[in-house]
Design a protein around this ligand. Structure first.
Ligand code: NAD
Ligand code: DAU
Length: 356
């Protein structure tokens, strides 16, 4: 046993409260996760380590920024010195790695940063978690690593990885590095693979918040292709509960799928959203499809149900109505985003599509 392992075990014997390092905590899932953990574990100290990319938004955490159990540290998971500093300063017991470039369309036009943050960043986080004998490292992953649904097959945790876009490929590579850390060093790790998340504080580049934002502001609603693709939806709070269970009770080295069965056809979902804005002039516009667009995904989530007792609780349409209401009530949050690089991004992805 190394000295550092020994010291840490002695420290932990007297320690009830834990230090949890969440990377990407200023993003959509990370910020919901921080609120969830602060609420559920009043004895934990939460360190939010985030580079503040276009998707990182400290406005997502306004109401908890002065909480004595919360600390924000600006840094890049792909920069060893930044990561070293945060580990030296806080010596975290747990790590949840949410930090990533997360948007498929951006990965198609600009893949490099996905390799940097999602692959190299994960390896660097793993290395420091290993060196510091972290009690667990949870990698927040995605159903996209299994690739598009094939016939009636649903992927379980042992299914092969067949990612079809640069984002999904970078996430699959990261999952394999997590596996390798466990096999090589016996490192305590888990992977959680969820389907499409929705809920408050989601950056309006993703389908649901983009459609809500456009309907709110009377802008056309760009549906890719004929809108026949399907996605399976999980409310972000259900996802947070899954991460919590896996972090504390997951069997070391294991992967857990977290799906809901709430699959919807994109067009039907957009029609549902637009109906919630009766006075709006927004119209659905069918635009050029995403390259290599996965038609749908399919995962079995039996393992997390049986081993950890996790079940999603949020009914989809109820969760969607709440989410629409949240965006209606948070116009300031939206306006602050729209004043940044968002408009340039919107033009890059949609301008030619909407004028074709
Ligand atoms: P997001 O884009 O809203 O947030 C990502 C956060 O990571 C931002 O705060 C950003 O600043 C930060 N970040 C990016 N690169 C970084 C770097 N190099 N160093 C430090 N911080 C960095 O993403 P999200 O939707 O909240 O997704 C979070 C995680 O969950 C990602 O790993 C994503 O792959 C995964 N995931 C997302 C979904 C979904 O539907 N949104 C589903 C399954 C899995
Ligand atoms: O499946 C989990 C994944 O879900 C996560 O790993 C990713 O981080 C997350 O971005 C999400 O990926 P998708 O590509 O499924 O999400 P997105 O919201 O971009 O698109 C959902 C569907 O809606 C997809 O079929 C493409 C379609 N779409 C999307 C946008 C942004 C449109 O028709 N029009 C649009 O403008």
């Amino acid at each position: 046993m190394t000295n550092s392992t020994n010291n840490k075990m002695i420290m932990n014997e007297n320690k009830l409260n834990k230090i949890l390092l969440i990377t990407g905590g200023a993003g959509f899932i990370g910020s919901n996760l921080i609120r969830y953990f602060l609420n559920k574990y009043p004895d934990y100290k939460i360190i939010n380590f985030d580079k503040l990319t276009y998707a990182g938004n400290l406005n997502n955490l306004k109401e908890i920024e002065t909480d004595p159990n919360y600390v924000f540290v600006k840094g890049d998971v792909a920069n060893s010195q930044d990561v070293k500093n945060v580990f030296e300063e806080f010596n975290p017991d747990f790590v949840v790695n949410c930090a990533a470039e997360s948007h498929v369309d951006r990965s198609i036009t600009d893949p490099d940063i996905f390799l940097q943050s999602n692959i190299l960043g994960t390896q660097i986080m793993l290395d420091f978690a290993c060196e510091n004998d972290a009690e667990n490292f949870v990698q927040v992953s995605t159903d996209e690593v299994y690739g598009a649904k094939f016939k009636n097959f649903s992927a379980d945790e042992n299914s092969s990885l067949k990612p079809n876009n640069p984002y999904a490929a970078s996430k699959a590579a990261a999952d394999l590095l997590v596996r390798a850390a466990h096999q090589t060093h016996g490192q305590k790790v888990n992977v959680v693979r969820s389907c499409n998340n929705y809920g408050p504080f989601q950056f309006p580049e993703k389908l649901i918040p983009l459609m809500i934002l456009n309907a709110l502001t009377d802008v056309d609603l760009p549906v890719y292709g004929a809108g026949k693709q399907r996605r399976e939806w999980i409310h972000v709070e259900d996802h947070c509960r899954a991460i919590d269970l896996v972090l504390h009770r997951g069997k070391s080295g294991e992967i857990y799928n977290a799906g809901t069965g709430n699959e919807r056809i994109n067009l039907k979902l957009v029609e549902y959203i637009v109906k919630q804005f009766p006075g709006s002039q927004s119209q659905i516009k069918f635009v050029a499809d995403r390259l290599g667009h996965d038609f749908s995904y399919a995962m079995k989530s039996t393992k997390i149900h049986q081993e950890l007792g996790w079940q999603p609780v949020k009914q989809f349409e109820a969760g969607l109505d709440e989410t629409i209401e949240w965006y209606k009530m948070h116009r300031d949050w939206i306006e602050a985003i729209k004043s940044g690089e968002y408009l340039q991004y919107y033009d890059k992805i949609y301008k030619s599509r909407l004028t074709e």
